[in-house]
Design a protein around this ligand. Sequence first.
Ligand SMILES: Nc1ncnc2c1ncn2[C@@H]1O[C@H](COP(=O)(O)OP(=O)(O)O)[C@@H](O)[C@H]1O
Ligand SMILES: [Mg+2]
Length: 307
Amino acid sequence: MTTAARAGAEEDVRRRVPDVGSLMAALDGTNYLADVGLATALFLAVRLPQPILLEGEAGVGKTEAAKALAELLDTPLYRLQCYEGIDAGEALYEWNHQRQLLGIRLAEVRDTGVTETDLFAPQYLLRRPLLQALEHPGPRPAVLLLDEIDRADAEFEAFTFELLAESAVTIPELGTIRATHPPIVILTSNRTRDLHDALTRRCLYHWIDYPGPARIAEIVRRRVPASSGPLALQAAAVITRLRTLDLAKPPGISEAIDWVSALSVLGVERIDPGITEQTWGSIVKNRDDLQLVGSRGAAWLVDGTDG
Ligand SMILES: Nc1ncnc2c1ncn2[C@@H]1O[C@H](COP(=O)(O)OP(=O)(O)O)[C@@H](O)[C@H]1O
Ligand SMILES: [Mg+2]
């Protein structure tokens, strides 16, 4: 049954994603624009299957890539946002102590008695993303996103990896749970530290470059359908110029999207220095950065001249 179910799921995934070109088109259909390099990497992650590590600066679309992939496969996305000090309880499972206590009280009141086996039963388990992804019943594998894995410590990294390699987890009180459909695993890192060799060796790797202005404009048009082409291009040029300054918080694609949304709401059709200064709040979100940008001047940002 398990083997048949898995073979069926593989066939289903193959039909949905027959080649790199169809995956690119399907990503496009979710409004996620991938170049052929990223689409190939994601295709292999789906079809081999092998975990993929996506690296790149904040805001280049790493998290969104996982969301888009889950959407086009019409399968759930389980996301584990990593942070310093994250542990197995947050990632895998915990026992719901409050419910267990309540179970004991109820048994007392009803005078029914309660055994340890009663208390360590599946209904008292709090399932976290790793377990949810392993237990996903199909019909297709789930997408498991281990987001910003570089924030977690090295031991946690090793722990998750062993578990994924096995596609199984042993819960002492319940036994071993083996995935029928091992998840499609996407890890992301902002490169705040180097990851373990053991991890990188097992993963496919793809570096997402920061896109140029034309690509940013294309993404903005997808995300803010009401915006005009020229406005999106102008905004993308400003964002690209801003990123040449040594800012503490360089604006990314999200800021370009937010800014163009704001300009559209304000009825702006052309960006000029005045409206740029009026709407700084969408793109420059740090006081020191604001001073730096102010000293360079909005005219320079808008047309590359010093006004
Ligand atoms: N290639 C892309 N296609 C469409 N939208 C994108 C793309 N890259 C980034 N975005 C937009 O930028 C935002 C930030 O991307 P995100 O995935 O959160 O970045 P990261 O996880 O790399 O920090 C997303 O919400 C999405 O709207
Ligand atoms: Mg992210």
